[in-house]
Design a protein around this ligand. Sequence first.
Ligand code: P6P
Length: 335
Amino acid sequence: MHKVTTLNQFIIEKQGEYPGATGEFSSLLHHIGIAAKKVHREVNKAGLAEILGRVGVVNAQGEEQQKLDVFADHIFLDELRASGQCCGMATEENSGIIVFNEGWCRDGKYVICMDPLDGSSNIDVNVSVGTIFSIYKRISPMGHDLALDDFLQRGCDQIAAGYIVYGSSTMLVYSTGNGVNGFTLDTSIGEFCLSHPDIQMPDDGKLYSVNEGNYANFPTGVKQYIKYCQEIDPPTDRPYTTRYIGSLVADFHRNMLRGGLFLYPPTAAHPRGKLRLNYECNPIAFLAEQSGGAATDGAIDILSIKPQTIHERVPIYVGSRNMVAKLMEFLETEN
Ligand code: P6P
């Protein structure tokens, strides 16, 4: 009989490895799992539940909010408030920070940056979407108000990061700084079960993921790298192939398991890149490094960037470390 390790069992076992662990962080992860199951339920019946489409409102980014964006945002805010371990959140769907002032969570140890439903414009066409989260310890002292700086910490200071990918199956993938583990939702028992222990991103890969529709405005070094990938050398061997879903979590998840490089360079529409540092690039970069990969903005490691604003955007090149290194050869030649 194959032993099934549920997320809760795994969290408790791992907690035992941290002598000082008080169970607070474990409880936070448990509540993230609960919220993920609630979002899974709606995402998987979106076509039936009159929950598709747009709300007719734009979010802090000026982007059309999808009904499921707002639903997922509310689910995670409510569940993490209820956990009592989180004292506030910064999410893509809210322009400012959300402070939890209720007595049972005002002194929570942790703050969370989150994209509640990334790639949601793909929902109506049944493409995988995801939740991306980043967990930090609060900086502001207990008993004092939360401040913006609690949510502007460097990615290297993340306590944990992860994503949920709502795809052909729903998976929760996270790291607390000691490797990356993946859990697949077994809907027959309603539990996330360990399916991908100790994920190791291959050092090399044959996949590159970029929206080549923006090619004209890419930095020269990125254009040179793409041409390098497209060269046939030797003539009979086609070294690389491109895969681009247009949903960050889905593209990254595939590349982490198979090896590959995801690129979102500066473009005409987004001169500083499209993806947000706090709740997309930092958690993804943390998982990349924890699984043996690398992540840069083209100049420095993503995790070393000091955020200046909550919704700050940065260019990102993330994936197999040898592919990142090869790209950097072209970018450094350019600079
Ligand atoms: P483009 C989805 O809208 C998203 O935020 C990420 O999930 C995805 O990687 C990126 O934007 C796709 O952007 O400009 O290629 O459509």
